[in-house]
Design a protein around this ligand. Structure first.
Ligand SMILES: [Zn+2]
Length: 257
């Protein structure tokens, strides 16, 4: 079996669109549906027919394209059970711990409460790919709108258990802004310094900075580095729990200019 092809693009200014395509069966999944016209254009260029939409959460910039895409392709819509009343056309309702098969590959579902109450992430182990949407970003994590900081801590940190070579596909190209915050709390981190230089270069050329990998995020993302002595010293939280450090980081990021 050949690998699934991942095609990532920017739409709506800073949202990531991702199409997952299987050449053998023609199965094509859109991860969320930020913008129907942009997704249709990417499909058309490749001659792909959309068969599925995997929805992560109910925010408008992740679901706006669902009705039009469903109308045009008759695709199946999978999404979080806890937000099914806020997302149009959900046919298959999912929750953490669920798994299902797409084009012969297993897909595992994670519950990720925090950004929204019912946010889920999709993991395709055979492709070493995690679709984390607005839970885990490169060098950052999603804002906590509906859940608690403690929930978000668990949602983000559960991804530590994935293979380090797992690609992290996220919902937005926020890496440059995240990098500024990360450098403010852990400026002595050499891996972070290297990543920031790389991100600055990529953005200067108008290129995407994602997907990154779990290994890279573990070395550079402050929200996965709550045990870092430098971060703890900067926050004056030497003896706090990792969850407390996470909460302080997320609050500081909300107020970071
Ligand atoms: Zn969102």
């Amino acid at each position: 079996m050949s690998h699934l092809e991942m095609h990532q693009f920017i739409c709506r200014s800073d949202n990531y669109g991702v199409l997952v395509h299987d050449h053998d069966t023609g199965t094509t999944v859109s991860i969320d549906a930020p913008d129907a016209a942009a997704i249709e254009a990417e499909l058309k260029t490749r001659g792909w027919q959309l068969t599925h939409i995997f929805v992560t959460h109910h925010h408008e910039d992740h679901i706006a394209g669902i009705p039009a895409l469903r109308e045009q392709f008759g695709c199946q819509v999978y999404g979080p059970e806890r937000e099914a009343d806020k997302i149009p056309n959900i046919g298959k309702k999912l929750k953490g711990g669920d798994s299902f098969t797409i084009a012969g590959r297993e897909v595992k579902v994670f519950d990720c409460p925090g950004h929204t109450k019912g946010h889920i992430a999709y993991h395709i182990p055979s492709e070493f790919s995690l679709f984390a949407a607005d839970t885990l970003f490169s060098l950052g994590c999603g804002r906590v709108f509906e859940g608690t900081l403690a929930e978000m801590y668990n949602s983000v940190n559960q991804f530590r258990t994935l293979s380090p070579s797992t690609y992290v596909y996220c919902g937005h190209e926020y890496t440059e802004a995240n990098a500024r915050f990360a450098m403010s709390v852990e400026p002595g981190n050499r891996d972070l310094q290297k990543r920031v230089a790389e991100v600055t270069e990529l953005r200067k050329e108008g290129k995407m900075t994602c997907p990154s990998t779990i290994a890279q995020e573990l070395k550079t993302n402050p929200f996965l580095r709550c045990d870092s002595a430098e971060i703890r010293t900067r926050l004056d939280l030497a003896k706090a729990s990792d969850a407390e450090v996470f909460a302080a980081l997320r609050t500081a990021k909300d107020n970071f200019k």
